[in-house]
Design a binder for this molecule. Structure first.
Ligand code: ZN
Length: 94
């Protein structure tokens, strides 16, 4: 399932670094809003408020695939449609 959390203690950092993965701390890559809709299942898409603010986390060892520090939301590898997952075999340790 997708995760959501309260305002992090480092929220100022979040505002200055909106493309940094909240889980592993590495720089993510912006994803197009249209592409985001293509790869998320309908249920997960319904959780997205600002699709233009989402990034991919490309760190293979990180269990987060997509995140938005603006929405304060993230998606796991398994929240993506199966053909669209770019972290096949990554740890699902959460
Ligand atoms: Zn990450």
């Amino acid at each position: 399932m997708a995760g959501c959390c309260n305002l992090p203690s480092n929220w100022k950092d979040v505002v200055e670094h909106p493309t940094v993965c909240p889980k592993c701390g590495l720089e993510g890559v912006r994803i197009d809003a249209r592409k985001l809709k293509e790869i998320l299942s309908g249920d997960n898409w319904n959780l997205v408020f600002k699709p233009e603010e989402y990034c991919r986390c490309l760190n293979k060892t990180c269990s987060v695939s997509l995140f938005s520090r603006v929405d304060n939301m993230w998606f796991w590898n398994q929240d993506l449609l199966e053909h669209a997952r770019w972290k096949e075999g990554s740890a699902q340790n959460e």
